[in-house]
Write a protein that binds this ligand. Sequence first.
Ligand SMILES: Nc1ncnc2c1ncn2[C@@H]1O[C@H](COP(=O)(O)OP(=O)(O)OP(=O)(O)O)[C@@H](O)[C@H]1O
Ligand SMILES: [Mg+2]
Length: 227
Amino acid sequence: MSSSILTARNLSKVVASAEGELTILHDLSLALNRGDSLAIVGSSGSGKSTLLGLLAGLDLPSNGTVALAGHDLAALDEDQRARIRAEHVGFVFQSFQLLDSLNALENVMLPLELEGHADARQRAHALLERVGLGQRLTHYPRQLSGGEQQRVAIARAFVAEPDVLFADEPTGNLDSHTGERISDLLFELNRERGATLVLVTHDERLAHRCQRLIRLEGGHLVDHVEP
Ligand SMILES: Nc1ncnc2c1ncn2[C@@H]1O[C@H](COP(=O)(O)OP(=O)(O)OP(=O)(O)O)[C@@H](O)[C@H]1O
Ligand SMILES: [Mg+2]
C-alpha cells in the first residue's frame, strides 16, 4: 500500500488579467508521504500561495490533478471538497482569516464543534495555552496583536489534528523567539501524529527544518531538494 497522502500531477493555473491570460503556475508535479515535511520557498509573486491553495483543495487548477488522502479533488464538488478538508486538512492563511465576531477560544473551538466534539472547549483551551495565549482566551481578533492573531490561527489549524497541515508564512509576523516556539509546535505535530507539513516560508531556519524544499520562480519549480 502506498503511504502517499498528497499527490499533484502536472498542475497549472491560468488566470485572466487585463493583458490577457496569465499563467501563474506551470506544470508542477509533487508527491508527499504521510509524515513528510515540505518547505515551499521563492520570492514574492512566484506562486507559493497559489500552489498551497491548489494542494489544499481551496482552489482548482486549470490543468492537472491533486489527490488528497486518496481523493481526486477535481472529481468532487465544493461541498465534498469542504468535507475532505474538514476531515484531513488544517490551513493557516497568510491573512489569518479569524472570525471577528468570535473570541480566541471560540475561533479555535470552531473546527471541533463543526465535527461535534464534546471536548472542544478543553482541547482549544489546551492548545491556546501551548501557543502562549492562555491569558488571551476571551480576546477578540481586533484586541490581539498581529503575532497573537497568527498564533490563534495556528491553534485553530492544529486543533482537529489534521493529516496535512498547510501554513502560509506561519512565522511571518512573529519575533524570532515566538517563531521558534511555533516551529517547535509544528514539528511536534509532525513527529507525534505523523502529520504532513506543507509550509510556505521566508524563514530560513524553518525551511531548513523540513525534510524537503522546493523553490518557485515565476510559477516554475526550479529547485527540489531532498535529503
Ligand atoms: N486571481 C488572480 N488573478 C490574477 N493574478 C493573480 C491571481 N492570483 C494570483 N495572481 C498573481 O499570481 C502571482 C502569484 O501569486 P501568489 O499569491 O501565489 O504569490 P506568492 O508567491 O504567494 O507571493 P507572496 O510571497 O507575496 O505571498 C502573483 O503575481 C499574483 O499577482
Ligand atoms: Mg503568498
